[in-house]
Each structure stands twice: as C-alpha cells, then as structure tokens.
Design a protein around this ligand. Structure first.
Ligand code: ADP
Ligand code: MG
Length: 339
C-alpha cells in the first residue's frame, strides 16, 4: 500500500488561491481599498507606479490593526468580518473571505504599517512570497499603509500576461471609480507615476459624479428615488438626449457594492424604451439598497456578481422608478418652458 496524498504547504496553497483573487494590479487595488473602507477610513490615498506593476500603495486613516492582527491578516481564511457561515447572509462589509492579503503576500513584496488609535506604537512588517522578513514596533500615524511591490515577481508567466500600462491603468481607474462613487463620504486621491489623477473631496453623490466625470455631466443628471419594502433606490440617470455610445458610465451598486448585472441593465434600458437613438446608452449611477439577507454575494471571489431572492420584482421596481424620474423630468421641463 502506498499513500501519496499530502496537504500543500500554506505558501503553495496561497499562491494557487492568489490566481483567483489577483488577476492583475487592479485586483490588488480593489482589495486594498475595500479593506480601507471596511476599516472605516475617511481618507484613502492610492499611489501607483507603472500601472501598479512595480508599486501599489494604499494609505488609510481607518482603525488600524493590533500587533497580533498585523501578522494574522496574512493568514488564509483570517478575517475579522465574519465568524460563522450564517454571517454570509448578513454582510455589512466589502470583505469576508479572508484571503486577499494572504494571496497578495504570496505573489509580491509587501510592507504593512499599521497603528490603532489607542496604541502608543504601531507595527511595521515586511513579507516576501508569504514569508515574514521583519516585524518591528514603530512610531506611526493612526491607520494603515499597505505597500505592494513587484506583483507576480515569482510567477513569470503571470507577469508576462499583463497588458500594456495603458490597459492595466484603465483597469485600476475602473476599480478606483467604482469604489469612489459608492463612498462620496470618503476622501480619495489617486496618483499615477507622480501625477495626480483624482483628488475627490468628501461631497454629495452628485458632486462626486461631477468630480469624476467632469462638469458637463451635471446638467445631464436626473435624480432617481424610490422606496419599497423590497428595495430602496437612489441615484442618477442621464437625460435621454444625452445618451452616448460610451459603455463606461453605467453603474449599479447593491448595498454600496459595485456589481455587474445585465438583467438590471435591461430594466433601465426598458425605462428609456423608444426614446433613445440607435445604439445610444444612457449613463446611470444607481444605488439599490436591499436587506442583506435577500442577496448572495458569495458567488465569485471578485464579488461582482450577486444573486437576488426576488429578481423579477427588483426589475419591475427599477424600471418604473427610472421611467418615473424621466417622466418627472420632462414634466418639470415643460413647466419651465411655459413660464
Ligand atoms: P477580508 O477583507 O475578507 O476580511 P483580507 O485578507 O482582505 O480579508 O483582510 C484580512 C483582515 O485584515 C481583515 O478582516 C481586517 O481585519 C484586516 N485588515 C486588512 N486591511 C485592513 C486595513 N486597511 N485596516 C484595518 N484592518 C485591515
Ligand atoms: Mg479584504
């Protein structure tokens, strides 16, 4: 009898899992910024070099970590956000899988500096390929600083597969914009190769949209607002005459989490039925709040897909809310016109 099965060492398991969570520099950006949001930061800055291929640095003023947690956060399935499987149906945080930091640390050079407000000193840890190289107490500001260098340094095939800097930076911008839109109550900065790309002060949602997409969008926005037992909807859609061919200005957020959903997109498009030029797409920034137990986010590691209990009702409510707003807008416009 020969037994040949072995448990993989942690660093190997982490590297395999990393393939799922970290597809490109933008995945690291998403995970680090989401962690900063979960830590209740009010200021989050992102600095990247070479589209994140050489350096990604996220600094937040959130609650920070204790000495023990600063080491523990790099373990796989280590999370402060859920304790039991039932918590999965009542999520109030972006994270819950406890695998992002373990994955990132397995395939990059990582430096973590973190301090909690109640502590005198913070913790400074460096890791490489899941191995802790150093851990020291340090004088630090409150909050957390995550520096990720040389992503995929130990997976040459993955590094080679990365697209041009322009394309990888576009992915970073996409992730950054999705999170920044969902949290106008947080100040965000993005710096790439030394140039400031975004500086977004705390503001209203409308102002956040304008700060990201430019002043000209302000006059195009129509507010949407609907409250029902199943869902509360707030946000903006653009007036039909401004619909363009751009596919980059359509955003759904479910409980402040950006999601892709072709079915809900169809509901919005139906609200515009008959009033759009061929091939034109309205821009929209729509926030759907639903009871956390009525959705399942744990479908894919990147969490951009969501399953709803009652998709059909959601579809109908969304469609009529948008339709109503567009109708209201033209009525208000007519009144203005008559005056
Ligand atoms: P998850 O977010 O799913 O819990 P992560 O691997 O992203 O898993 O993070 C592990 C843990 O590390 C988190 O649960 C949190 O307790 C801690 N952590 C990560 N980033 C931060 C941060 N910026 N500020 C405070 N704590 C953090
Ligand atoms: Mg996380």
């Amino acid at each position: 009898m020969t037994s040949i099965i072995q448990l993989l060492p942690d660093h190997v398991a982490n590297q395999i899992a990393a393939g799922e969570v970290v597809q490109r520099p933008a995945s690291v950006v998403k995970e680090l910024i989401e962690n900063a949001v979960d830590a209740k930061a009010t200021t989050i800055s992102l600095v990247v070099k070479d589209a994140g291929k050489t350096l990604i640095h996220v600094v937040d003023n959130g609650k920070g970590m204790s000495v023990t947690d600063a080491r523990m956060c790099f373990e796989r399935h280590a999370t402060s956000k859920i304790k039991a499987a039932t918590d999965l149906f009542n999520l109030n945080t972006k994270g819950f899988r406890g695998e992002a930091l373990a994955s990132i640390a397995a395939i990059a050079h990582v430096e973590l500096k973190t301090k909690q407000a109640a502590d005198e000193l913070g913790t400074h840890i460096t890791l490489e390929g899941s191995k802790v190289l150093s851990q020291n107490a340090a004088v630090l500001p409150n909050g957390t600083s995550f520096l990720v260098k040389n992503l995929f340094y130990n997976i040459p095939a993955r590094r080679k597969f990365l697209k041009s800097d322009t394309s990888e930076f576009r992915h970073i911008m996409d992730e950054f914009i999705r999170i920044a839109l969902a949290h106008p109550d947080i100040e965000f900065t993005l710096i790439h190769n030394g140039s400031e790309i975004f500086k977004l002060p705390i503001s209203s949602l409308r102002q956040r949209v304008v700060n990201i997409f430019g002043k000209s969008i302000n006059q195009k926005l129509v507010p949407v607002s609907e409250e029902t037992e199943i869902v509360n909807i707030v946000g903006f859609v653009t007036k039909p005459e401004f619909a363009i061919k751009s596919k980059n200005e359509q955003f759904f957020f479910i409980n402040d989490r950006y999601i892709r959903n072709p079915y809900l997109h169809k509901a919005v498009m139906l609200a515009y039925d008959g009033i759009l030029k061929d091939g034109a797409l309205p821009s929209y920034f729509l926030f759907l709040d639903v009871p956390p137990e009525s959705i399942d986010i744990n479908i894919h590691p990147t969490k951009t897909e969501v399953k709803f209990d009652d998709e059909q009702s959601l579809f109908a409510i969304l469609r009529s809310a948008v339709k109503h707003s567009l109708g209201l807008f033209s009525v208000a416009n007519n009144i203005d016109f008559e005056r």
